[in-house]
Design a protein around this ligand. Structure first.
Ligand SMILES: [Zn+2]
Length: 262
């Protein structure tokens, strides 16, 4: 049953879709998750505005220890030996400042956090986080060595614009790090995990590895797997997943870094 959506496909801008699933959480809204008939991208046809702001109060109570993926980002940024002294790093969506805290001593870090409470939480810890949205005008053109977009693209209405804006802000040879949930995460095969984590109201874009790679390439980036770069003791338990990634399997989320080549 083909339908038309008000929200265009975030990948190809077409509006013809087929239904995938409907979510009915306790907020009175029925979220229609659909698949584009032209490019197969899966997305929410009728998201609420600003889903990340709605999640703010619950996420503020979450644990505040860095996750293993934060250490992996830190390790990768060190392994890449970016040219700036120290390298200038922008994080899009600084959240609770967990990555900011890991980078505060050896990098010139600047985080953008549109949620006021979270930005203040970071500022109270002395972290360089500003309560604004990131775009091509806020960071300055060709001024940044590395940009981190960690679990953000699945929430924003126009993920491609965020990638294009990153391209403008990066120096030539700069690196964009993208971590985003995968529509093919193997944990979806477990019913309990799938109900809680796979399709959820605050996620409005569902990336496959192929869609993410194409989006990076057509915005001027050369995508690379995280692979084994920057591993140390704190991230060693992710090595089996990194091995799977090198075979294109991506059992969990999508971990990419991408170089601005020209
Ligand atoms: Zn499409």
């Amino acid at each position: 049953m083909i339908a038309k959506t008000d929200r265009p496909c975030p990948f190809c801008k077409a509006r013809q879709v087929v239904p995938v699933v409907e979510l009915r959480p306790n907020d009175g809204h029925t979220y229609r998750i659909v698949k584009c008939t032209k490019c197969d991208f899966v997305f929410t046809a009728n998201p609420f505005e600003s889903t990340h702001a709605r999640g703010a109060n619950t996420t503020l109570r979450e644990r505040r220890q860095p996750a293993v993926r934060h250490y992996r980002i830190e390790g990768l940024l060190r392994a890449l030996k970016l040219p700036g002294v120290p390298p200038r790093i922008v994080e899009v969506g600084a959240g609770h400042g967990l990555l900011a805290d890991l980078l505060r001593h050896d990098f010139d870090y600047c985080g953008y956090e549109p949620n006021k409470e979270r930005a203040e939480l970071c500022q109270e810890q002395g972290l360089n986080v500003t309560n604004t949205s990131f775009d091509r005008t806020t960071a300055g053109e060709e001024s940044v060595d590395g940009i981190v977009i960690d679990n953000v693209l699945e929430h924003v209405s126009d993920p491609e614009r965020m990638i294009a804006d990153s391209y403008v802000a990066l120096k030539r040879g700069g690196v964009l790090i993208v971590i985003v949930p995968s529509i093919r995460d193997v944990r979806r095969l477990m019913p309990k995990w799938r109900r809680r984590h796979h399709f959820q109201r605050v996620h409005i874009n569902y990336f496959s590895p192929e869609h993410l790679q194409v989006m990076l390439v057509r915005n001027g980036f050369k995508p690379c797997q995280f692979g084994f770069r920057g591993f140390d003791k704190s991230t060693a338990r992710l090595i089996p997943y990194a091995l799977a990634d090198t075979f294109g399997l991506h059992p969990l989320g999508l971990y990419y870094y991408a170089i601005k080549t020209a």
